[in-house]
Design a binder for this molecule. Structure first.
Ligand code: ADP
Ligand code: ZN
Ligand code: ZN
Length: 712
């Protein structure tokens, strides 16, 4: 029955339904109001999702809400709408999406509304004065050092807390597009008028950013806000500067690593946005969950990038697809851009869901990089290899340096050696908790597991037979060492997740490379991403074959995207660059595609996917099992696979063990289901979710199985 006093509430839990509460006569919540309620043994801050709720629950069993959280801002109807879509599509609960959008820390910290921020600012100001006073009187160096560090920390916190006073819309610098850009811009505007998302397929350096800026300026002049999504902020500093110079005070940067205060500031600014003043947010994937207002345009830059997908925990959403839905909610325009679009988006162009705009010319004509493939097997035969590097490549590097150019070297494996092996018995040490070989890190003198982080001292002695362990293969650290030996006196730096653990180091390295102080930069995938370095004349991929031998149907697509992106780093601003690929599989089709020798390479890839019924021609729903007990995971995963095959007519693969099938002592199994993109798609997905829920209940096997829709 319906009752004016009953409401439904979204709780931050993995709960497939929204419980009903009674509202005491003295309170008057609306949709989106944050309320405090008891549920089970806990007390939670929930979101009102429905008024005048109907329920079968007898009135005596319905609890009153405890209170309304006046300190917390209400959630907008658009936010709830987006959460519902994400939960529905990615087969998770609305509560899990709420939790992601309002993480616990934020929910707690949120109480720090503007007023409390003000108080905090005053307190910090006082503390700052005191520390400065002490510093002026301190004598010991150690004390001075500590005080200086504290002062710096307080100052940085204060900077993050600065709330913008209502900005006025500045006049933007003029943008003159060239004829190619102009044509693409027109196509884009036409598609927007027809209400279609646009995929902008534009070669590196073709000036996509300029087009985004022009579109953004247009949205803002119409009084509407802009969301500019990028895969990673750390790698987008150049972009941030460019946008900052263009949008001035309208620009806010948002990313997950941002301090709590910084996040609050942005969410607050959006909520308290003075009437009619639009904003521009530059953010990573989770920026789609901000309390947006009046969005007019969404830009998804580098749309092929896998960082847009959250793999763990739920919601396992892809911000690219979710952004399209967000745009729909606001009736905003949306543009996805890349030099190497995903097959998913190209497919959406083929079916007419998206419009395609193209930029085939670089802005600075004559720039771009030629490709040279070096076959390491052939070179070895001719004694053309010095360690991991070919003489040919060394020559290219040395000529580049002589001409004052810079070099970037990609090696996809970090560490010194990816593994070590016993000379005598052939044993290869593995992590005791993971099914993974241990990598040797020379700087720390340790063997490290790249999956769980456990490490042990490298003794050089085989634990099985007592003979010598020798290092095998070359990771980034070894490549760096070999380059140092080949080019003494040349400044070389390394960038990978070992070296970039401190963001200060990363920043310094990127700046050092941009300024030309660092001549050679060695690193993992990170060196292939969106930098624009004027002096970068040569880029080289070492052991490129390691990029495409993974047993994944997307391996070639990924390798092609990575190599093409890397190629785009060199030969900018009218300069001719060179891209050297060192590989033991010189005839691999990916290199032919890269060189454009393969006709329509993408078309072939697409045809292959179609033949196997793989994405983008279907969707994958992955069931991921994790369990410490191996016999149990075997039994459970087999039982669920049987149950699925029995109940739905879909292609079911597995259960199978993934390449790394044990991490931190947890065994892992997958079941993969292909769901055709037909009118039964939503129904099939719902079936799968229901089967899982019934299975978990029936077997009392909770918390071991995750569903991943559109895994990558
Ligand atoms: P993309 O994002 O497509 O890789 P960019 O937007 O970085 O390319 O453009 C490449 C270079 O060309 C940049 O240095 C940019 O400043 C310049 N550029 C592109 N379009 C214009 C334009 N219309 N006017 C001036 N410079 C431009
Ligand atoms: Zn041994
Ligand atoms: Zn491990």
């Amino acid at each position: 029955m319906s009752n004016g006093n009953y409401i439904k509430v979204i709780l931050p839990l993995r709960l497939g339904w929204e419980p009903v509460y009674r509202v005491p006569a003295s309170l008057d919540p609306g949709i989106g109001t944050r309320v405090r309620v008891c549920f089970g043994k806990g007390v939670y801050t929930g979101v009102v999702s429905e008024l005048n709720a109907e329920t079968e629950v007898p009135p005596s069993k319905i609890l009153d809400i405890s209170s309304i959280e006046d300190n917390l801002p209400s959630v907008t109807a658009e936010e709830i709408q987006l959460w519902r879509f994400v939960a529905d599509y990615y087969l998770c609960t609305v509560g899990e999406v709420y939790k992601a959008a309002y993480p616990a820390a934020r929910t707690e910290g949120e109480e720090m509304t503007v007023l409390r921020m003000q108080k905090k600012r005053e307190a910090l100001g006082l503390r700052l004065e005191k520390r400065k006073d002490s510093l002026s009187r301190a004598r010991k160096d150690s004390v001075k050092e500590r005080l200086s560090a504290e002062i710096e920390a307080i100052e940085s916190e204060l900077r993050h807390m600065d709330i913008q006073d209502s900005p006025v819309i500045p006049s933007f610098p003029r943008i003159d597009l060239n004829i190619h850009q102009e044509a693409a811009y027109k196509d884009i505007c036409t598609a927007f008028k027809a209400g279609k998302p646009v995929l902008l397929h534009g070669v590196t350096g073709s000036g996509k950013t300029e087009i985004y800026l022009k579109l953004a300026a247009r949205a803002i002049s119409e009084g509407r806000s802009v969301l500019y999504l990028v895969p990673e902020i750390a790698l987008s500093r150049q972009l941030e500067q460019r946008l900052g110079a263009f949008f001035g005070p309208l620009l806010m940067t948002f990313h997950s690593a941002r301090t709590q205060a910084g996040k609050l500031k942005i969410a607050d600014a959006l909520r308290n946005q003075p009437g009619g003043i639009p904003y521009v947010i530059l953010g990573t994937r989770s920026a789609i969950f901000l309390p947006h207002r009046n969005l007019g345009l969404i830009i998804v830059d580098e749309e092929h990038d896998t960082s847009y997908k959250q793999s763990d925990p739920a919601p396992r959403y892809n911000a690219r697809e979710t952004a399209v839905v967000l745009a729909g909610i606001f009736k905003a325009d949306i543009i996805l851009g890349s030099a190497t679009p995903s097959l998913e988006s190209l497919y959406n162009c083929k079916t007419g869901k998206y419009a395609l705009a193209k930029l085939e010319h670089r802005y600075y004509e004559g720039s771009g990089a030629d490709i040279e493939i070096i076959d390491t097997i052939a070179e070895k035969r001719k004694h053309g290899m010095v360690g991991s590097l070919s003489r040919k490549l060394l020559q290219r590097i040395s000529r580049t340096l002589e001409n004052g150019g810079q070099v970037a070297v990609l090696r996809a494996r970090r560490a010194y050696s990816p593994y070590v092996q016993c000379e005598n018995c052939g044993d290869i040490p593995k992590c005791s908790k993971c099914n993974v070989t241990l990598s040797y890190h020379r700087d720390s003198g340790r063997l490290v597991c790249h999956y769980c982080g456990r490490s042990q001292v490298f003794t050089g002695i085989c634990s099985k037979c007592g003979s010598n362990l020798v290092t095998m293969g070359a990771g980034t650290q070894k490549i760096e060492e070999e380059l140092s030996a080949a080019f003494p006196g040349v400044t070389i730096a390394r960038l990978d997740s070992d070296s970039a653990r401190s963001s200060a180091y990363e920043k310094e390295t990127l700046e050092g490379f941009a300024s030309g102080r660092i001549k050679i930069l060695v690193g993992t995938q990170i060196v292939t991403k969106g930098f624009d370095f004027k002096g970068l004349a040569l880029v080289a991929a070492i052991q490129a074959d390691s990029l495409s031998v993974q047993d994944d149907f997307r391996a070639d697509e990924r390798a092609l995207q990575l190599l093409e992106q890397f190629r785009g780093r060199s030969g900018r601003r009218g300069m001719k660059g060179l891209f050297v690929i060192q590989t033991s599989q010189a005839s691999h089709p990916v290199y032919k595609m890269l060189q454009g020798l393969d006709g329509d390479g993408i078309g072939k890839m697409m045809a292959e996917r179609e033949a196997f019924g793989y994405p983008p021609f279907s969707r994958i729903v992955n069931f991921i099992f994790k369990d410490y007990n191996e016999p149990r995971i075997e039994a459970m995963s087999s039982a669920l696979a049987r149950e699925i095959s029995r109940q739905v007519h879909l292609s079911v693969t597995g259960p199978f063990a993934p390449a790394v099938d044990r991490i931190s002592n947890q065994h892992i199994r997958h079941i993969r289901i292909l769901v055709p993109k037909d009118k039964f798609q939503a129904w099939n997905k719902k079936q799968l979710k229901d089967i899982l829920e019934a299975f978990e209940k029936g077997k009392n096997y909770n918390g071991h199985i995750a569903i991943d829709v559109d895994p990558i």
